[in-house]
Design a protein around this ligand. Sequence first.
Ligand code: ES4
Ligand code: ZN
Length: 319
Amino acid sequence: MPLPKAELHLHIEGTLEPELAFDLAARNGVKLRYADTEELREAYRFEDLQSFLNLYYELMTVLRTERDFEDLANAYLTRAAAQGVRHAEIFFDPQAHLARGLDMGTVVEGLWRALGRSEENHGVSTRLILCFLRDESADSALETLEAARPYLDRITGIGLDSAEVGHPPAKFRQVYETAAGLGLRRVAHAGEEGPPEYITQSLDLLGIERVDHGLRCMEDPELVERLVRERVPLTLCPLSNVRLRTVDTLADHPLPAMLDAGLLCTVNSDDPAYFGGYADDNFRAVRESLGLTEDRLRELARNSFLASFLEDDEERRAR
Ligand code: ES4
Ligand code: ZN
């Protein structure tokens, strides 16, 4: 049986498996430039974050209706439950959908049709985190936050994702301040491809409570010390790092060194349909390639609940 765990770094659009992509394309009359799922899988050889993002944005064009988002989320929740996930904090990228003519309601209500019944149907509690695309403008992020206002009862927090280098956190200071005023929790991708300074900026200027990835903190000992002292959780995604060539091989992943340094690490799946594995696949991969002990794996599972946005009583129940 897989360890009970919380998934804290998961892009719902990144759970779109090739089979579902083709089903939705057929249902919506969308033409994909791949003949079949096999040819599509051939395209899953990425050079870096951007080469992945190009395919990620292309494929999500098959998502058109509330039912599509519902089906996508239910497919993910079914797989997650089978991998021991008891709680999932799920990212979504509304700007990518609004830009192609959908409205916020289609996306949020569609996802909510699955998330709102997830505890009964899958035994998985959920939270929804709206991510801003950092390669779009700060004004666009603010407009997106405005468009989300009618749905804030469904949204727990905000995040920042997409192409990192050249798009420093400072750009989104005002958006994060506004979101904080609305009672939203704050996270951000930082230190995936970008430098350690982006992690520091996200903490100081955006007030984030959790760092998504944060891998490159290891280049800055003072930053590591701070993250340890302030107990800031990191949501690591080992299989993602290998596929996007942030690390050479899984055996080179700094996770053991990060745990030894006292960092509050969690293991997550990022975009599992693209990177070769869901939550427990990532746990098994680090156990096998990094030789983590059962104690370390239990620590990672416990950290996932500690780092979650669950209240204490909910957290105890989920574990
Ligand atoms: C992402 Cl792995 C990763 N990094 C940044 N942005 C993303 N959006 C979806 N997956
Ligand atoms: Zn991510």
